[in-house]
Design a protein around this ligand. Structure first.
Ligand SMILES: Nc1nc2c(ncn2[C@@H]2O[C@H](COP(=O)(O)OP(=O)(O)OP(=O)(O)O)[C@@H](O)[C@H]2O)c(=O)[nH]1
Ligand SMILES: [Mg+2]
Length: 260
């Protein structure tokens, strides 16, 4: 596996993998998160952190980390812009040919990134860490969270055809080749970027790998529930549908070479 360093120069190779980390008040998780990424056996990587005004020391921690580790870059934003917007901002500045999106609260095991990279190198355009393929599990969730999660899955399948093709269309942990990414409008908000990636990956190989969704043991949940969640979620599903019809009008993409 090679990076993107300039041949003949002393510049270190550029990253192969860009890891996108949306952060909102996750200070207790961050040292372990970075330590586990470091040990995960990954090709050259960069981490792009988007902090939306954390007040628990997360912001200071990642800025400090970025000062001592050039692989870490931080995008600062004041005020919650939703994970969809935060993650898109990071992806727009990603330099790796592969991109992984994961939560920063240790519910997504960084060790799985190596498997996801292997699947992408073996031909997949999009790899989903899935709670619902054999070997995966959603772990223990309170009844209300189970209902919300189930409702989101079912609604996605009803409203969005590509969501019917996979077992876990609303996972927050996935990786893809950057070449399939289509920038979204700056104003779009939501929680489930994977729905858009499923649309962007249309007609290409999408794989799921099992993972155990760990219970949150530190920090506090940011999950928005109730009507506010439903409104944003349904709106983003409709945006994903609109993207699907826009892309359907574009000429089919020739299959990209494996390195792309
Ligand atoms: N930058 C940014 N990060 C966010 C925002 N909302 C949540 N996050 C982060 O995104 C990841 C997932 O957050 P959520 O999907 O809201 O869920 P959660 O807080 O992990 O909730 P639990 O599953 O109950 O732990 C976590 O790393 C959060 O810190 C946001 O508006 N902006
Ligand atoms: Mg979480």
């Amino acid at each position: 596996m090679t990076g993107t360093g300039v041949p003949g120069s002393s510049e270190p190779p550029g990253p192969v993998l860009s890891i996108v980390l949306a952060i909102l008040n996750e200070r207790p998780s961050l040292p372990e998160l970075f330590a586990r990424i470091e040990r995960a056996g990954l090709p050259p990587w960069e981490a792009i952190v988007v902090d939306d005004g954390s007040t628990d020391g997360s912001r200071e921690y990642v800025l400090d980390r970025a000062r001592s580790d050039r692989r870490v870059r931080v995008i600062l934003h004041d005020g919650r812009q939703t994970t969809l917007r935060a993650q898109c901002l990071a992806i727009e500045s990603a330099r790796g040919r592969l991109v992984a999106v994961m939560d920063s609260d240790l519910q997504h095991p960084p060790e799985l990134l190596a498997t996801m990279v292997r699947e992408l190198d073996a031909g997949a355009r999009l790899v989903i860490a899935s709670r619902y393929v054999p070997g995966g599990t959603p772990g223990h969730r309170p009844a209300l969270r189970r209902v919300i999660s189930r409702g989101a899955e079912v609604t996605s399948r009803i409203l969005l055809a590509p969501a019917r093709t996979v077992r876990d269309p609303v996972s927050g942990f996935f990786a893809f080749r950057r070449s399939i990414f289509v920038p979204l409008d700056r104003g779009e908000r939501g929680y489930k970027l994977l729905l858009f990636l499923l649309v962007m990956a249309r007609g290409t190989e999408v794989r799921e790998v099992p993972f155990r969704f760990e219970p949150r043991t530190v920090g506090r949940s940011k999950v928005t529930s109730g009507l506010a969640f439903v409104r944003v979620f349904v709106t983003e599903l409709l945006l994903a549908r609109r993207l699907a019809s826009q892309l359907a009008r574009r000429p089919a993409r020739p299959p990209a070479p494996l390195g792309a």
